[in-house]
Write a protein that binds this ligand. Structure first.
Ligand SMILES: [Zn+2]
Length: 440
């Protein structure tokens, strides 16, 4: 368990994501007190300070997951597996599982996943929680989990009407009850309502609820291959109308992949103007989209480089791990970012760095964790870090680098052994690691 007053921590010889090397960093009382660049006088650390030798490895603020489903996590195979692999069979399967859920089992699975997340260097997760259940079982379970993990992991919960806000009886009342119980963010699923008009009406209602309560919005929006699914336009409109700029996120937005290019050229500036955030979920989008296609088969992920170029903040989410929609996953945000890189063909040096940002700083903005005294590597920021066995963000992506140490509030809360191998080959070195320092 974490101590109430953490000791100070001195980290020596780190490489930072911006390329600075040989950086020392002192954390006192859970915050970054000072940073020392190579060649400047040593930091004066308290004598009892804990020490962490970074040995030139990459020190980053923690990974942030901007889109997840903790109520479904680790339920793969309950009560059966998704045979078609489609989004719609996943929703049907989740409907079969819901009556069988218990609060204890939900808590146990979510806590097990949070352990994985911490060990992989995730510092915060925004999780949707299905409110289309009059018992609000999952809501109660995840509120309990949020409190239990708070010392070492920030959980932000989204009230998510999985079966449709207007399509599912009681969903609107349940959503309000969930928010009354302390759920943080207003969710939605306009493309799953009965008609386009009802979808647009759900977006209006949900944005007004958020504005009245002073909450953020994060909707599953246009998770479809239908090029005419255009709820993101409505979401941007109400964001603008209600003054919610910077507080609203469109998750998935996969229909944008298939939209007419002329329409997208009008849409992107509207999204930027509304300060809308977009979350792509590369592992899930490449798995679920294009399932109705023969060949050529669409990738389906939203237009990440084009959104970024238009000035829209884009994050990547993990979305699912071992649940009705996705049988794989292990809380690895570097795997998420690497998949996003491949699917969007973001292979240039600058674009690879954008993919690393999409699971760190961009997601921190989506969750509202940035700002003075919050997320980052500047003095005054929270002393939360992950030390990666890589020399740069691009190398971290290439290797899905080991999380050598995870720091929360200035305390090391997880360690992982370096990835190495012992070779037995004549004439070759015995010790192999997979990092590679390029010649200067
Ligand atoms: Zn989702």
């Amino acid at each position: 368990m974490l101590r109430r007053m953490p000791r100070s921590l001195l980290i020596r010889g780190a490489t930072l994501p911006d390329g600075r090397t040989g950086v020392d960093l002192l954390a006192i009382a859970g915050r970054i007190a000072a940073l020392r660049e190579a060649g400047t006088p040593a930091l004066a650390a308290p004598p009892d300070a804990e020490r962490l030798d970074a040995d030139g490895w990459l020190l980053s603020p923690p990974f942030i997951d901007a889109h997840f489903h903790l109520d479904a996590v680790l339920s793969h195979g309950l009560p059966r597996v998704n045979a078609s692999g489609t989004l719609l069979e996943g929703i049907q399967l989740w409907g079969e599982l819901k009556p069988l859920l218990s609060e204890e089992a939900l808590v146990e699975r979510a806590l097990a996943y949070c352990d994985w997340a911490v060990a992989r260097g995730i510092g915060a997760i925004r999780s949707h929680v299905d409110i289309c259940d009059d018992r609000l079982l999952a809501v109660r379970a995840l509120l309990h989990v949020r409190q239990q993990v708070a010392p070492y992991l920030d959980l932000q919960l989204v009230a998510f009407p999985q079966d449709g806000l207007l399509r599912s009886p009681g969903a609107l009342a349940n959503l309000e009850r969930a928010l009354d119980l302390g759920v943080d963010v207003v969710g939605g699923i306009p493309h799953f309502e009965r008609s386009t008009a009802e979808g647009a009406e759900s977006v209006r209602l949900l944005c007004e609820i958020a504005a009245a309560r002073g909450l953020r919005v994060d909707m599953h929006c246009d998770e479809s291959d239908d090029p005419l699914s255009r709820h993101i336009e409505t979401l941007a409109f109400h964001t603008q109308r209600l003054g919610l700029q910077g507080r609203v996120t469109a998750s998935h937005a996969t229909s944008m992949h298939s939209m007419d290019n002329y329409y997208v050229s009008k849409l992107l500036p509207l999204l930027a103007e509304a300060g809308l955030h977009v979350v792509a979920n590369p592992l899930i989008n490449i798995t679920l989209q294009g399932r109705h296609d023969s060949y050529p088969k669409r990738r389906g992920m939203t237009r990440v480089p084009e959104l970024l170029a238009a000035g829209v903040n884009v994050g990547f989410g993990h979305d699912c791990v071992m649940d009705p929609w996705y049988a794989l996953g292990s809380a690895d945000m570097l795997e998420v970012a690497a998949m996003g890189l491949h699917v969007a063909q973001m292979t240039s040096v600058a674009a690879q760095r954008q993919c690393f940002d999409a699971v760190t700083v961009n997601n921190a903005r989506i969750l509202g964790l940035d700002g003075a005294g919050g997320y980052g590597l500047a003095p005054g920021c929270r002393a939360d870090f992950v030390l990666l066995q890589a020399r740069s963000p691009a190398e971290a992506l290439r290797l899905r680098a080991q999380r050598l140490a995870v720091v929360r509030g200035g305390e090391v809360i997880s360690r992982m052994a370096p990835a190495t191998a012992q070779l037995s080959l004549p004439g070759r070195p015995a010790h192999v690691d997979f990092t590679r320092q390029t010649a200067g």
